[in-house]
Design a protein around this ligand. Structure first.
Ligand SMILES: NC(=O)c1ccc[n+]([C@@H]2O[C@H](COP(=O)([O-])OP(=O)(O)OC[C@H]3O[C@@H](n4cnc5c(N)ncnc54)[C@H](O)[C@@H]3O)[C@@H](O)[C@H]2O)c1
Length: 330
């Protein structure tokens, strides 16, 4: 039984608390938060114990930590936990700074402790089935990828302010998905970003609407589109191959289709990431537990985290300059 300390007790920590405590191979031994009362509330809900982050990291009884704290703490906590001999599953992104993330990768590697980065969408059953069909050669060679990744509403401004911006916070999932599907990093990243949803996001120096084109060494192309305002929720993937196409559409709330003289109406997509990706968060945790128990390599590594962050950095620079940015230059 893996004894787990959950660092952070905010929005995503609740999702992880469910996955950890309901898994037969893990137990939620302790929860911390910068605000102790927040940790206590979540601990009470899951029959766990609230402790400080430092106590959890120093406790030799705890085998692994799940880092679900604000992004600017991730590298420090990965280093502290691995140095204390713990396995780590850390939420995306690795850090706000690419340079800091690269240093963290080096420091964590020296400890020899396993670290997994929480790109949960790789574990979505539908995206996984698409990837398996692609790898089995069912549509030949992938030539174009299109990712549509729209959130229903922006997060609170306080979150936006510490998130590192849309490319590092939100589109990072799609950069990782592009790497997962295409199997290699792109050569160039060309980004455009606008503030169309909330002027306060613009005042904070961020964008809420963005499109990115990735180009690959052999001429393959990927496009990614994000908005923080699609009140119906929208998460789709499409891969065009040399022999056909693979698509994953939206998951819908139910399969009822109502046809009347007024028109044909079906249910809307499962709205927000917390519901849309719950099976993926559970599968992600299961993959972590299995890798830890078997001693196999973690399925998503710090290298993957740094690779996606480099693309986010390139996109941020490209959107500012209006020019494509070569990944080799970041
Ligand atoms: N994989 C996903 O789908 C997904 C979804 C949402 C958020 N995230 C990531 O998860 C992280 C947290 O996001 P959130 O939405 O839960 O934010 P949040 O603000 O709701 O929660 C973060 C919590 O961390 C706490 N915290 C900060 N420093 C701490 C420390 N040193 N020790 C203990 N607690 C500390 C804060 O008090 C807060 O309660 C972010 O890095 C975000 O990018 C990932």
């Amino acid at each position: 039984m893996i004894k787990v300390g959950l660092l952070g007790a905010g929005r995503i920590a609740g999702v992880h608390a469910t996955a950890i405590s309901s898994h037969p191979g893990s137990t939620l031994a302790a929860i911390s938060d910068y605000y102790p009362e927040t940790a206590e509330k979540l601990a009470k809900q899951y029959g766990s114990t609230a402790r400080t982050t430092e106590e959890i990291i120093a406790d030799p009884q705890i085998d692994a930590v799940l880092i679900a704290t604000s992004t600017d703490t991730h590298s420090d906590l990965i280093e502290a936990a691995t140095a204390a001999g713990k396995a780590v599953l850390c939420e995306k992104p690795v850090d706000l700074s690419l340079e800091r993330a690269r240093a963290c990768r080096q420091n964590a590697a020296r400890t020899g402790q396993p670290v997994m980065i929480g790109f949960n969408r790789r574990f979505d059953p539908n995206f996984g089935a698409l990837k398996a069909a692609l790898d089995a050669g069912e549509i030949g060679q992938a030539e174009m990828l299109a990712i549509t990744s729209y959130d229903p509403a922006p997060p609170p401004l306080a979150y936006v302010n510490v998130s590192g911006g849309l490319f590092r916070d939100m589109m990072i999932h799609d950069f990782d998905m592009a790497n997962f599907i295409m199997g290699e990093p792109p050569v160039t990243v060309f980004a455009v970003g606008s503030c169309l949803v909330d002027p306060e996001i613009g005042k904070a120096g961020d964008v809420d609407t963005a499109a990115v084109t990735l180009t690959y060494a052999g001429g393959r192309i990927a496009t990614i589109r994000n908005t923080r305002r699609a009140g119906y929720g929208d998460q789709r993937l499409e891969v065009q191959g040399s022999k056909g196409m693979l698509q994953v559409g939206n998951l819908v709330e139910n399969l009822v289709v109502k046809s009347t003289t007024e028109g044909v109406v079906s249910a809307k997509p499962v709205l927000f990431f917390l519901e849309r990706y719950m099976p993926a968060y559970r599968a992600e945790w299961n993959a972590f537990v299995q890798a830890l128990n078997s001693g196999a390599a973690m399925p998503v590594t710090l290298d993957d985290g740094v690779a996606a962050l480099a693309m986010a950095e390139a996109a941020t620079r490209s959107a500012k300059s209006g020019q494509p940015v070569r990944l080799a230059d970041v």
